[in-house]
Design a binder for this molecule. Structure first.
Ligand code: NAD
Length: 326
């Protein structure tokens, strides 16, 4: 009996790639076999991490094309930076024979994508397609509350180089949006999402509440089952050793014992099984487009300071001010 296994290549070797590699310990029927990133040293490090974790005999590839063409690779996990997404997709398609400037955008784009899709998922009736929700109207607000203050502008430059200059090209670090939907029965549904890059606290704060006619649900990722206390004199050095986006080194801190809690294992298991069974996954490129459409409508609403109806929103030519660098 032969067992079919999915050979995976990673495009990008940074932060998110490392999370995914770690999650494959709990995913069956797949091997991480390749890593490509423009930084060959980091690609080799990520490949070594995969090998050390025993999740595949991974090697660093010299180009995305070489990785895509390698017969041992069946699927690519795209984990490069957002502004290279289109170029990476084109390179992959060209390598398969099917075939800029920074993307811009702040926390509305970077974080609210999660809130919007998590909310679409929670509001879709089980067994129905996501398209059963019809988005009608978006109203949103954005602001730069922290990172364009002079001291933080300098801090960003020191960390990321002069390309990241919030004094001349700020992006929003606060965003809120209300998205109005209609379900298949014509009932109204409302999503309220707020995101921020200004939160300072012990760790990654994701909080969700769902209110229905006869039910409610809540999640807060800082309500962990384990917490640690360090006194003033404990001499901790700063890092993300207890939880992603850890800000605190002293006092009482939550510990996320398994960061798979954010969904990486389930996500990767589902994608591997969908590829192997030749089934359309529950989350597709179309969902990415639908979320992007909602985010762009939110930018438009924030810019004109009014609610925007999805129908006739004329997004094809719309480029948010933050992406135009103005
Ligand atoms: N789902 C989540 O929760 C989550 C969390 C963090 C990041 N992300 C997304 O993951 C992606 C990567 O973010 P990250 O935090 O890992 O960034 P990162 O900067 O840590 O890593 C980016 C990687 O891409 C590589 N790279 C640079 N130029 C490239 C190019 N032209 N083509 C391909 N790769 C290139 C870099 O060498 C690096 O290895 C982004 O789209 C980000 O929005 C998602």
């Amino acid at each position: 009996m032969t067992t079919k296994r999915l050979g995976i290549g990673f495009n990008g070797s940074g932060f998110i790639t490392r999370f995914h590699i770690a999650s494959f310990i709990a995913v069956r029927d797949a091997d991480i076999r390749g890593i490509w990133s423009p930084n060959a040293g980091r690609a080799a490090e990520a490949a070594a991490l995969g090998n050390a974790r025993g999740v595949g005999e991974a090697k660093a590839f010299p180009s995305i094309e070489a990785m895509v063409k390698d017969p041992s690779i069946d699927a690519i996990w795209i984990c490069g930076p957002n502004h290279e997404r289109v170029a990476n997709m084109k390179a992959i398609l060209e390598a398969l024979g099917n075939g800029g400037e920074l993307q811009g955008g702040g926390v509305l784009n970077d974080m609210m994508c999660h809130s919007i899709e998590a909310a679409r998922y929670l509001l879709t009736e089980p067994g129905k397609l996501r398209e059963s929700l019809k988005a009608k109207k978006v109203s949103a607000q954005i602001a730069c509350m922290k990172w364009q203050r002079p001291a933080y502008v300098e801090k960003l430059k020191a960390a990321y180089g002069s390309d990241v200059d919030y004094s001349t090209k700020p992006s929003e670090d606060f965003a809120r949006a209300i998205v109005e939907y209609e379900d298949g029965n014509g009932e109204p549904l409302i999503v309220e999402a707020t995101t921020s890059w200004s939160y300072v606290g012990a760790g990654l704060r994701l909080s969700m509440g769902l209110l229905g006619p006869e039910y409610s649900m809540k999640v807060n990722t800082l309500d962990t089952e384990l917490s640690l206390f360090f006194s003033h004199d404990s001499g901790q050095s700063s890092g993300e050793d207890l939880v992603e986006k850890q800000n605190a080194e002293l006092g009482l801190m939550p510990v996320v014992t398994d960061e798979g809690a954010y969904g990486y294992v389930d996500e990767n298991r589902h994608m591997v099984q969908s590829f192997l069974k030749n089934l359309r996954p529950e989350e597709t490129f179309d969902d990415g487009v639908a979320v992007t459409e909602l985010l762009m409508t939110a930018y438009k609403s924030a810019e004109i300071d009014a609610a925007v109806e999805l129908e006739g929103a004329s997004l094809d030519e719309f480029v948010p001010a933050v992406a135009r660098g103005v």
